[in-house]
Write a protein that binds this ligand. Structure first.
Ligand code: ASP
Length: 442
């Protein structure tokens, strides 16, 4: 068996929402014999106001916990799957027994993780039968530790071994098992993580992540009209962009493949010929035309500023300030500072419960001349490996913002020269993003 070329392919919920989508998925898988390991999500939305099967399962579980009847609701779930089975013409195949088991277990309060995981489990059963691939239950190969964290070592060892004996297989996404055998799920959207774990375990050449968009775009399409797609991006750039709000891939999904350098390709099930976005560990390919790779923005930040004369010579000032944040279990995003000022930028949500207490403690810790909190800050990240060594990029960012009449509240250029972060008022975020996009791309 030639194992030189192995692809792990993950399909999101919208790619498997009905029989028609299943057929597209099967065509994609069967058109390339390297697409050997398939990770499906549960059936997602078929139209805008539709309900995902995962959400239906959570709802069922909530009813069961209140000792209410789940019969009607569970029938709705069965209907979703049966429509797929019928639509695919799988006359010999039935999930009736599985449905009975799942229903019984939900009624017996097997918990919300168990209930939610059945969306992927049942979809995986259908897909495996339709493709003629083997079915591997994720509960037997994906493991969590006692404290709930993913057990990388055990998973790798078991999954690696098992995949060696399975030429082609479907492994449902989103869940695995606890040390006591009960089911645990990743956070929402977690099938991306399963795909990444499987890709790593089979030493895949490529992890294809099939969704309903043709990869990442250079900016948020809700703000910038028709932004250009990103054809190639590094893990680091992607991390910066997704952290700042660009969503396509689950944030944690990158880590398993990143450690071993497997590239990830984002592809569109509804437009399989579109190139999509290739995520790579490193690349010499630089978009010299645009310099930047992408822009992302996020609202809801606050800045706490402390001022004190001669702060630059006050030993331990920064440490004492940060200790107060640490004590409250708070994480900060940026620390812009001047000679006599130090600012801490953090998510506003963290201040909800202890705003006054925090200010009082900071006053006690460092006795600043002045301390104030400003809210409604939005951060914008301009990310690009092409910025290294390209003079004038920062100036172009600031100019574009100034020309749009927007007041810049904060500037931070990471030492990696991979990004420039600017802070603006929340109300200016959209215009700032448009202005930067126009400057570099149009
Ligand atoms: N079905 C799960 C969810 O809706 C996991 C996934 O789709 O990745 O979050």
């Amino acid at each position: 068996m030639n194992r030189d070329h192995v692809k792990t392919v993950k399909f999101g919920g919208s790619s498997l929402s009905d029989a028609n989508q299943f057929k597209k998925v099967a065509d994609i898988i069967l058109s390339d014999e390297n697409r050997r390991y398939v990770v499906p999500s549960a059936p997602g939305k078929r139209y805008k106001d539709d309900v995902k099967v995962t959400d239906m399962l959570y709802k069922c579980n909530a009813l069961a916990e209140k000792d209410e009847s789940i019969d009607v609701y569970f029938d709705g779930i069965k209907k979703r799957y049966n429509e797929i089975i019928q639509g695919l013409g799988m006359t010999e195949f039935s999930l009736e027994e599985e449905f009975e088991t799942v229903k019984k277990n939900i009624k017996n309060k097997s918990g919300s993780d168990y209930a939610a995981s059945r969306g992927e489990y049942l979809n995986g059963k259908i897909l495996a039968a339709y493709l003629g691939y083997e079915f591997i239950d994720a509960a037997d190969v994906i493991f969590f530790k006692e404290d709930g964290r993913f057990d990388e070592d055990k998973t790798n060892a078991v999954l690696k071994g098992l995949l060696k004996t399975h030429d082609k297989a479907v492994i449902p996404g989103f869940y695995g098992s606890n040390p006591d055998g009960t089911i645990r799920t990743f956070s929402r959207g977690g099938s991306d993580i399963t795909g990444s774990i499987v890709a790593r375990a089979c030493d895949a050449d490529l992890y294809e992540n099939w969704t309903d968009v043709s990869g990442f775009l250079m900016a948020d399409p809700r703000i910038v009209e028709n932004p250009k797609p990103i054809e190639i991006i590094t893990y680091r750039e992607l991390r910066e962009l997704s952290y700042m709000g660009a969503t396509v891939l689950h944030e944690d999904a990158i880590f398993p493949v990143r450690t071993v350098g497997i590239p990830v390709q984002i592809k569109n099930t509804n437009d399989p010929d579109a190139p999509g976005t290739l995520i790579v560990p490193k690349t010499d390919v630089v978009d010299t035309e645009h310099v930047i790779t992408g822009i992302a923005g996020k609202k809801n930040f606050s800045v706490i500023t402390l001022e004190q004369d001669m702060m630059n010579s006050a030993i331990g000032f920064g440490r004492k300030v940060l200790e107060v944040f640490e004590k409250h279990g708070m994480v900060f995003e940026h620390l812009p500072s001047g000679i006599d000022t130090m600012s801490v930028v953090l998510g506003t949500g963290q201040l909800e419960r202890c705003r006054d207490e925090l200010v009082n403690e900071l006053c006690r810790a460092v006795e600043p001349d002045c301390i104030y909190i400003e809210d409604n800050l939005a951060l914008l990240a301009v990310v690009g490996r092409g910025m290294v060594g390209e003079r004038g990029t920062a100036a172009r960012v600031f100019n574009a913002i100034a020309k749009a009449g927007i007041n810049l509240r904060m500037i931070d250029q990471g030492s990696s020269e991979l990004n420039i972060i600017v802070g603006v008022n929340e109300k200016d975020l959209d215009n700032a993003m448009k202005a930067i996009y126009e400057e570099f791309v149009k």
